[in-house]
Design a protein around this ligand. Structure first.
Ligand SMILES: Cc1ncc(COP(=O)(O)O)c(C=O)c1O
Length: 370
């Protein structure tokens, strides 16, 4: 209930500090306002209306989504100028067409001529164009056509020449910043991705094509390089929550992490030198396995505790060194987990409990599905 403290919640519970969320959003907005680059925040981390309002300053315009379920959810609530930044899945062309015909600006992304052919075969009503971003791989090694291959330019030209389709922009996601440690490494990847994209834009210009450009990830947008000012847009998302992973990379400090999972001690196992908690992988996810000395998360204020393993609804906690003093952790007592990866952790929860200074101020309900 509103006004109660977060310690009254049934656990496991995802709690979000709304003051930190607002601070993170404001910093990112101001950073790119100063650089003269449009911030198009990604919704994938939280998938809620309330957080989207914070990230867009209430405009409900200019967002990125990772699923059509998110796109429809936001469209149903008055959002527009939505970019579905996922190589267009052929089974979802019809739903994408419906959104393109309904919204002022719904944009899709592709990286293969066959996807372009799917769009060509499904013209939009009233001679509306499909707004298409070309996805480039600039070293991330996931989706996208390799920026250096002649096929990338050929596909860009084909998009701009296809009837009923418009080349809106070039999109590169520098997810390879997640392998970095420290600002210098982050900025080297940010620079490389920016340079590749800007070189590609020059090549497009040389053949008479002009369109937007966008790169981004939370690490690169937390520490942008100067040349990013030459881009039209950036598209980070995780920054609004941040997490332990981002603090390890060097994107933020632990004070910037807005989310926690509250859990309670539900068992003492002195024969194994362990505690049991009521947070299994359904409460925090298995993301981060083997990455932290403290296990799957950090346990706030308990640097000697490690979340060593989980089953669906149970977690095993043991000391990093020495014997556990079980009397310090009575059954029913609370522990606070700082997630390794907030996108993964948030996706496990149907409700986020929002607080300010530990007092509950509301609930956010995320969109789910694909
Ligand atoms: C295609 C795409 N764009 C943007 C983002 C946002 O990046 P980040 O989560 O680092 O903020 C992601 C994240 O996975 C992504 O996959």
């Amino acid at each position: 209930m509103e006004g109660d403290t977060i310690t009254d919640l049934c656990t496991p519970a995802l709690v979000v500090d709304v003051d930190i969320v607002k601070r993170n959003a404001q910093r990112m907005t101001e950073r790119f306002l100063k650089m003269g680059v449009q911030l198009r925040p990604h919704m994938k981390t939280h998938k809620t209306l309330e957080c989207a309002d914070i990230m867009t300053g209430g405009s409900r315009r200019c967002i990125v989504v990772s699923t059509l379920a998110e796109a429809s959810f936001y469209a149903d609530h008055g959002f527009d100028d939505i970019l579905y930044a996922y190589s267009v899945p052929f089974d979802k062309v019809e739903r994408s067409a419906a959104l393109s015909e309904r919204l002022t600006l719904f944009q899709v992304l592709l990286d293969h001529p066959d996807a372009l052919e799917q769009l060509r075969k499904r013209p939009l009503r009233d001679r509306r164009p499909w707004h298409v971003w070309l996805k480039l791989d600039c070293g991330n090694g996931r989706a996208g056509i390799l920026h250096s291959e002649p096929e990338a330019m050929q596909l860009a030209q084909a998009i701009s020449e296809t009837e009923g389709v418009e080349l809106t922009g070039v999109y590169a996601h520098c997810g390879n910043t997640y392998n970095c440690r420290g600002i210098e490494e982050i900025q080297a990847v940010a620079q490389e991705t920016t340079t590749f994209v800007l070189q590609f834009m020059d090549k497009l210009k040389a053949v008479g094509i002009s369109c937007k450009s966008s790169i981004g990830s939370t690490p690169s947008c937390s520490h942008p390089v100067k040349d990013m000012a030459c881009l039209s847009e950036v598209h980070p998302g995780n920054y609004v929550f941040y997490d332990v992973q981002q603090s390890v990379i060097g994107s933020c400090s632990l004070e910037d992490v807005a989310v926690r999972v509250l859990t309670r001690v539900i068992g003492h196992c002195p024969h194994r030198n362990q505690l049991l908690i009521d947070c299994g992988w359904t409460g925090i996810s298995l993301d981060g396995a083997g990455k932290l000395p403290t296990g799957y998360a950090m346990i706030e204020g308990q640097p000697n505790l490690k979340l060593v393993s989980m089953t669906q609804e149970h977690g095993r906690v043991e000391p990093i060194s020495d014997m556990l003093d079980h009397s310090k952790y009575p059954l029913g007592s609370l522990l606070t987990l700082i997630p390794y990866h907030s996108c993964a952790t948030a996706s496990m929860h149907p409700v986020y409990h929002i607080h300010s200074g530990g007092r509950l101020v509301g609930k956010w309900l995320p969109a789910r599905g694909w």
